[in-house]
Design a protein around this ligand. Structure first.
Ligand code: FES
Ligand SMILES: [Fe+2]
Length: 346
């Protein structure tokens, strides 16, 4: 079975909560579907198919008073569940407008970030809530927003770029992080977890200078989950740092990367500006190499995944195939990853 590019029946990061203001509508393409995001009067986010059922105009181009969305073409009105509640031009007062519905996607705000569930079949939404990702921080805490960029690549290339250890030496070179002259043999233990795998808790390597500002018993665990979430959980003594990268396919050619950050370390708020710049620099280094990759891929070259440095990329494809299978056959997902120690030089 060939795997599909986009995985369905999963939650995708949509928007950092701070950019979705009450009374505003945001139209966004996710997995090739046009989606409208808004917030209701109680501040809860909602997501609707962004096409008016009348003639298809994006509803996000219309008006929203925080209660009713009105299409900009003939003024049809919808509530935030997508139910049509008014058709201004219709003289027949007995017509029940409520029969007309715009599809409402499951949408949730977790720790100040907004997620959307993309179903395989729009009439089958049961079980969605149970699949919400665990973002590792207490329910009342919020993530800070670091950066959003659009990678000119499909989700598979974007994910592989995210979990690929070997590019770090060459793409993320800098005096304060590491250099290509200072290579070391790395040995990392991996285990299957949930919809992915994790690099088990370990001390950050001594040639990653970036960690050295975090003194005192620092250890890190890195977890990858379908459809494209990388969660790094760092313990610094009793404090924690959670750094998450989320990949959301826009369409077959573009993938949005969002980076969010949380820490319980108090002094970080005083150094947040420079720290955020560092995070952005990292992401833009990846974006830079992805622009070059995009050029290279235009001629559709044959590619390879080689040895242990590319083992995580192979696991990603196996995980995808298993997810597809489980959703098509309506069977439980069986994680194909086996515990293993991987080696590479970076
Ligand atoms: S297209 Fe929306 S009201 Fe006609
Ligand atoms: Fe990278």
């Amino acid at each position: 079975m060939t795997e599909s590019l986009f995985l369905k029946n999963l939650w995708y990061f949509a928007i950092h909560g701070s950019s979705l203001k009450q009374g505003k509508l945001i139209g966004k393409e996710i997995l090739g579907e046009r989606i409208l995001f808004g917030r209701d009067k109680d501040d809860r986010p909602f997501a609707l198919k962004d096409n008016c059922p009348h003639r298809g105009v994006p509803l996000s181009q219309g008006w929203y008073d925080g209660n009713i969305i009105q299409c900009c073409y003939h003024g049809w009105k919808f509530d935030h569940s997508g139910t049509c509640v008014g058709i201004p031009a219709l003289a027949d007062e007995k017509f029940d407008t409520k029969k007309i519905k715009v599809f409402q996607y499951p949408c949730k705000e977790i720790n100040g970030t907004i997620w959307i569930y993309i179903p395989q079949n729009k009439t089958q939404l049961q079980g969605a809530e149970a699949r919400l990702p665990n973002l590792l921080i207490p329910a009342d805490k919020k993530f800070l927003f670091v950066e959003k960029v659009i990678m000119p690549a499909d989700i598979d290339h974007a994910v592989i770029g995210l979990i690929d250890p070997a590019h770090v030496t060459f793409v993320h070179q800098s005096w304060y992080w590491r250099s290509a002259k200072n290579l070391k043999l790395k040995e990392k233990k991996f285990e299957p977890v949930d919809l992915g795998f994790k690099m088990t808790r370990h001390k950050p390597s001594s040639n990653s200078k970036g960690y050295s500002i975090l003194k005192g018993g620092t250890s890190t665990e890195i977890n990858f989950q379908l459809p494209g979430i990388r969660l790094e959980h760092i313990l610094v003594g009793k404090n924690e740092v959670v750094s998450i990268t989320c990949l959301t396919p826009i369409n077959e050619k573009e993938t949005e990367l969002n980076h969010i950050f949380f820490t319980s370390i108090n002094f970080v708020k005083y150094v947040w500006w420079p720290l955020r710049q560092l995070g952005k620099q990292f992401i833009h280094q990846d974006l830079g190499v992805f622009r070059k990759l995009g050029e290279g891929l235009k001629s559709k070259p044959t590619l390879m995944l080689l040895g242990e440095p590319d083992a995580q990329a192979r696991w990603y494809h196996e995980l995808k195939r298993q997810w597809d299978l489980s959703q098509q056959n309506n069977t439980p997902f069986v994680n194909p990853v086996k515990a293993k120690t991987l080696h590479w030089v970076t």
